[in-house]
Design a protein around this ligand. Structure first.
Ligand SMILES: [Zn+2]
Ligand SMILES: [Zn+2]
Length: 171
């Protein structure tokens, strides 16, 4: 099975969005010299949570649970890749595609272009997050549920979770 076939199987359909992620991985691999080694420490920050993210999970093995796939949803087709060992990184930003393409045309457009034609290469600006930290668990005084202390807010002398603190007060 090719990488692309694996992506389609995981994602459930072949689409332009998946192709964007697939092409971003191809480009990042060649720019950063990534191999297929499974223990390679690659971190990806995706600035969207669209179809393309699935290709990054499948090919690079990045995942939200492992902490090496971070979704900073900002509505941009931009992906930053970091290789921990070498400290090298790159941010790939999708260029604007021609307007008015149908779904099929856009799928073909992303399939038929080389990654160098699709993305601008920029320096990665977002810092690589530390590995998952262990937070103390507190009990919210509003709902009584357990909550990691980093997500607790003090409101009128009470320790509240974000859901309880959010009701009617600014952060
Ligand atoms: Zn899709
Ligand atoms: Zn609460």
């Amino acid at each position: 099975m090719t990488d692309w076939e694996k992506c389609v199987e995981f994602h459930g359909h072949a689409c332009g969005g998946l192709t964007i992620g697939y092409q971003a991985v191809r480009y990042a691999r060649s720019l950063l010299g990534l191999t297929r080694s499974p223990d390679e420490q690659v971190v990806c920050i995706a600035e969207n949570d669209a179809c393309g993210v699935d290709a990054i999970q499948v090919i690079l093995g990045c995942s939200v649970g492992k902490g090496n796939l971070i979704l900073r949803v900002m509505g941009k087709q931009a992906f930053s890749f970091y290789e921990r060992a070498s400290g090298r990184s790159v941010r790939l930003v999708l260029r604007r595609a021609p307007e008015g393409m149908t779904k099929e045309e856009s799928f073909r457009y992303y399939q038929e272009h080389e990654p160098e034609e699709l993305f601008d290469v920029k320096p990665a600006v977002l810092p690589v997050p530390e590995r998952a930290r262990i937070y103390r668990t507190l009990t919210c005084e509003g709902c009584g549920e357990s909550v990691g202390e980093a997500w607790v807010r003090l409101r009128d002398g009470k320790c509240l979770c974000l859901a309880c603190a959010g009701s009617g007060s600014e952060s």
